[in-house]
Design a protein around this ligand. Structure first.
Ligand code: SF4
Ligand code: SF4
Length: 90
């Protein structure tokens, strides 16, 4: 019998402006589901930027975006993506 693949639990995702990030780690430290990690690689300014290491755990709450002092990350709930694509205000 085949194992049942668990359903994708992710409710949202993040967008990262890697070159704007200064690697302060606020987004990683304050993410309530601990789904972000700083990348092992560097951006052009020599900083580690966040990556969505556990994408299934992202709720799209955008706390990471609220804490980022440089607007280098923001999150979107999947249910709002279509509205964004159509240019409607959330
Ligand atoms: S949107 Fe919320 S759950 Fe997703 S990475 Fe940002 S803080 Fe974490
Ligand atoms: S809070 Fe912003 S500047 Fe700091 S590591 Fe996260 S994305 Fe980079």
């Amino acid at each position: 019998m085949n194992a049942v693949k668990p359903a994708n639990k992710a409710k949202g995702t993040v967008f990262v402006r890697e070159e704007t990030c200064k690697g302060c780690s606020y987004c990683v430290d304050f993410c309530p589901t601990h789904c972000l990690e700083l990348s092992p690689g560097f951006n052009a300014r020599g900083y580690h930027y966040p990556t969505l290491a556990r994408a299934d755990d992202c709720t799209g709450c955008d706390l990471c975006g609220l804490y980022c002092p440089d607007f280098a990350i923001f999150a979107v709930r999947f249910r709002d993506l279509e509205k964004l694509r159509k240019g409607r205000v959330l």
